[in-house]
Design a protein around this ligand. Structure first.
Ligand code: AMP
Length: 228
C-alpha cells in the first residue's frame, strides 16, 4: 500500500571508547536517517550562548549530567522537527526518566547497544602517551615509541594526560555503567534492545549493518563502502 517504508526510531548506546561515533557515522552513510546527538546539540547551544547552552555549560564543566527536564525538552523539541524522517538518537536517553519521556512521544523500534568489554576499552583509551615538551603524541597500538615510555627524538619520558590515566578511564566507565544500565534494562524489558558484542569496531559493524538492512534500504551509492 504505502510507497514509503515505515519510519525508523532508533537509539544507539555504548560507553566512551566503544566505537559509537564510528558506527553512527557509518549508519548515516548507508541509511536514509537523521542522526541526532544530544552532546552535539548541547555543544551547539553552548556555542550560540542560548539559555539552555548557558545552563548546560555549568553542568558539563562540573562533569555532571544535565537535569532530565531540561534535556528532555531540548531533545523532544528537536525530534519534533524530524518527524517526517527516520532517526537515530545518540546520547539520549541517558536515564530512565528520559527514556519514559521519550516513550510518551513515540515508539522506539530498536536500541543498538555496542557491548564492548571494559578491558578492551580501557586498553584503547589508555594507549595514548605524550611527550609534554614537544606535544608529540604516541599510541601504544598504532604508533608506539621505539623504546617503551620514551620519546623517540629526545629520549625523555612520556606521560599520560589525566583523562587517559587508567584510574580516570575506569571512573568514566563505571559512571557510564551506573547511569545507563537501568536504561538498557528498561529497553531489554520492552524487547527492543539489540546488543552487539565484540572487541573490534570493524567486526561489529557488519552485524549492525545486516541488522539495519532488515529495517531500512541501503541508500549508499558505493557498494564497496559497505565494509567501511
Ligand atoms: P556526550 O558528547 O554525549 O558525551 O555529552 C557531553 C555531555 O553533555 C555529557 O557529559 C553530559 O554532561 C551532557 N549530556 C549529553 N547528553 C545528555 C543526556 N541525555 N542527559 C544528561 N546530560 C547529557
Amino acid at each position: 500500500m504505502g510507497v514509503r517504508a515505515r519510519l525508523l526510531r532508533a537509539v544507539i548506546m555504548g560507553p566512551p571508547g566503544s566505537g559509537k561515533g564510528t558506527v553512527s557515522s557509518r549508519i548515516v552513510k548507508h541509511f536514509a536517517l537523521k542522526h541526532l546527538s544530544s552532546g552535539d546539540l548541547l555543544r551547539d547551544n553552548m556555542q550560540r550562548h542560548t539559555g539552555v547552552g548557558v545552563v548546560a555549560k555549568t553542568y558539563i564543566d562540573r562533569g555532571q549530567l544535565i537535569p532530565d527536564d531540561i534535556m528532555t525538552q531540548l531533545v523532544l523539541r528537536e525530534l519534533k522537527n524530524l518527524e517526517q524522517y527516520s532517526w537515530l538518537l545518540d546520547g539520549f536517553p541517558r536515564t530512565v526518566p528520559q527514556a519514559e519521556a521519550l516513550d510518551k512521544t513515540c515508539q522506539i523500534d530498536t536500541v543498538i547497544d555496542l557491548d564492548v568489554p571494559f578491558e578492551t576499552i580501557k586498553q584503547r583509551l589508555t594507549a595514548r602517551w605524550i611527550h609534554p615538551t614537544s606535544g608529540r603524541v604516541y599510541n601504544l597500538e598504532f604508533n608506539p615509541p621505539k623504546i617503551h615510555g620514551t620519546d623517540d627524538i629526545t629520549g625523555e619520558p612520556l606521560v599520560q594526560r589525566d583523562d587517559d590515566k587508567p584510574e580516570t578511564v575506569t571512573k568514566r566507565l563505571q559512571s557510564y555503567e551506573a547511569q545507563t544500565k537501568p536504561v538498557l534494562d528498561y529497553y531489554r524489558k520492552k524487547g527492543v534492545l539489540k546488543s552487539f558484542s565484540g572487541t573490534e569496531t570493524n567486526k561489529i559493524w557488519p552485524h549492525v549493518y545486516a541488522f539495519l538492512q532488515t529495517k531500512l534500504p541501503d541508500v549508499s551509492q558505493n557498494e564497496a563502502a559497505m565494509q567501511r
